[in-house]
Design a protein around this ligand. Sequence first.
Ligand code: SAH
Length: 373
Amino acid sequence: MSDSKSGLPPGELLFEAPKRGKPPRHLMDMAPKERRAAFVELGLPAFRADQVSRQWLGRLSDAPSTWSDLPAQMREQVAKMFLPQLLTPVRSIDCDGGTTVKSVWRLHDGAVIESVLMRYPERVTMCISSQAGCGMNCPFCATGQVGLTRNLSTAEIVEQVLEGARALDRGLIAGGPGRVSNVVFMGMGEPMANYGAVVEAVRRLVSSAPAGLGLSARGITVSTVGLVPRIKQLATEGLPVTLALSLHAPDDELRDTLVPVNTRWPVAEVLNAAWEYADQTHRRISIEYALIRDINDQAWRAELLADLLATHLVHVNLIPLNPTPGSIWTASRPADEDEFVRILRDRGLAVTVRGTRGREIDGACGQLAAATN
Ligand code: SAH
C-alpha cells in the first residue's frame, strides 16, 4: 500500500519536508551516466563528463581554470552549468589544536547547516548534515528545537564531505595532508527522512573515481531515530554502511518522550528492524544512548537495555548528554555513568563512551548552526 501521489507508505507524508526552491543542479547530483547525458545535451562529448568528474572527485580540484585537460572555454561553460557553489562558508571554528573543525554553511536559499571534521591519529571522520533543521522533535537535541527547514540535495550532502576532503588534501588541517576515511550522518537532520538523497550521496561517496570519492562503505554510518520502513529499505540497497540507532531508552514509556517517533515505531519494532539489518548486511549495529542525569541513566534501565541487546551483533555508544541552551537536562554523574557502563559490560556487551570532541565549539548536535539562525 502506498500514498498515490508520493509512492511512500501511508503516513510517511507526515515527515515530508517543506517545499522550497530547489538548489541549482550540480555534477554531484548526477550518477556517471546522467553526467554524460547532461554533457551530451549541452553539445559536449560524453568523455568530458568523466574528465570533469576525475578532476572533481579524483584530484579534488575545484578550480576549473586549472583543468588543463579541457579547452579553456569549455572549463568556464562546465563550471557555470554543472558546478554552482552550493555551500557558502559562514564561519568555521576549530579546537583540539586544529584537529576538530566545525563549519557552518549557508545554502542557496539562506538555509544554514553545519559539518564537523574530526581528525584522530588513525582516521578522519566527517560528521555531516542530511537536512537543514530536523522534524523529529527530540527534546534534548538542539536541531530538534529548530524544526525542519528542508531536505538537502545529494550534492549538498556530498559537497560537505568534499569540502573536508579538499581542505585535508591541501594540508589546511592540522597534522598535514590527509584523507577523509569515515563519514557519519550525525549532523543536522534525520537521514532516513531524506532517504533518496542520502542513499544517492552514499553511492557517490563509495563509488571509485570518476564515479565517486572511493570511500569504504564500512567507514560510513547512517544514524537514525528509527524510521522502520526505511531501515528495511536500506538493508536492500547493497550498501553495507553501519546503521546507528538512536535508542536513548529501553522502555517505550520513556522513549516516547525522548524520541517522539517511538509512538509510531516502538522499541521492540525498531530493534527488530535493526537486527534484520545486521542479518542482511553482517554489519554490527551501533546503539546510540545519550546519558541524561536521572532521566535514562538508572541501573535498572541499564539492565533492561542489556536484556534487549544481549546475544545480538551490536555495539553500544554512550554519549554524555551535551546540554542544549535553556535545557533542564544535563549529563549523568560520573558514578552513574560508570555503573551504567559496568552493567552493560558485565552482560558481555561492547560499550564505548563517546568522546566529547568539539564540545567547546558547540561541535555536538546542531548547536552552532542553530545559534546562527
Ligand atoms: N537524526 C539522526 C542523526 C542526527 S543526531 C539521529 O537521531 O540519529 C546524531 C546523534 O546525536 C543521535 O544519536 C542523537 O540522538 C544525538 N544527540 C542529539 N542531541 C544530543 C545532545 N544534546 N547530547 C548528546 N547527544 C545528542
